[in-house]
Design a protein around this ligand. Structure first.
Ligand code: FES
Ligand code: FES
Length: 190
């Protein structure tokens, strides 16, 4: 069987002319809290949370690396839990409390223990991965009991860093945990 590429396919022409598949409701109003501020926005069904934060709210501190849930750079806290903003739709955040790296120490506020630990332990080089690590580490320090070394390793395993070799990142996280849970098990993770 041969195909004459020069002859238009009537069925294909019909498909091309058809409107995109209809969505029941393409736009939604969402209300949420972002870094302590109330936000109301109209968002498309398919808008990613990472794009909403960066493009609509200008919160470019949340980085986007792989865009498919592998690198962890886009991690934010969604109702206190780390979430990949590149795998989360903005509409899913209706009523949620979102925290980004930019809300940790706004303006002239002092650095949080996690941020300070990353600085003091040289837990970053280019810094591209750092917002994600910092948000996951922040969630670890906010747990009611100190996570053990295995918990820390498990949490950090969801983040990729091309620069540091991870050692100083683990030191930073453990320093922050030491400060938060003074006297707890060390679990240096080295
Ligand atoms: S950009 Fe979201 S996990 Fe990599
Ligand atoms: S510091 Fe460069 S990717 Fe982690």
């Amino acid at each position: 069987m041969t195909t004459d590429l020069a002859t238009p396919d009537p069925a294909a022409a019909t498909r091309a002319a058809a409107p995109p598949l209809a969505e029941p409701s393409g736009w939604h109003e969402i209300r949420l809290t972002v870094d302590g501020a109330s936000v109301t926005a109209q968002v498309e069904s398919r808008l990613l949370l990472s794009d909403f934060l960066r493009d609509r709210l200008g919160l470019t501190g949340t980085h986007v690396g792989c865009e498919h849930g592998v690198c962890g750079a886009c991690t934010v806290l969604l109702d206190g839990e780390p979430a990949r903003s590149c795998l989360t739709l903005a509409v899913q955040c209706e009523g949620a409390e979102l925290r980004t790296v930019e809300g940790l120490a706004p303006g002239d506020a002092p650095l949080t223990p996690v941020q300070r630990a990353f600085h003091e332990c040289h837990g970053m080089q280019c810094g591209f991965c750092t917002p994600g690590f910092v948000m996951t580490a922040t969630a670890l320090t906010e747990q009611p009991q100190r996570p053990d070394a295995a918990d820390v390793a498990d949490a950090l395993s969801g983040h990729l860093c091309r620069c540091t070799g991870y050692r100083n990142i683990r030191r930073a996280v453990c320093q922050a945990l030491d400060e938060r849970f003074a006297g707890g098990p060390a679990g240096r993770g080295e």
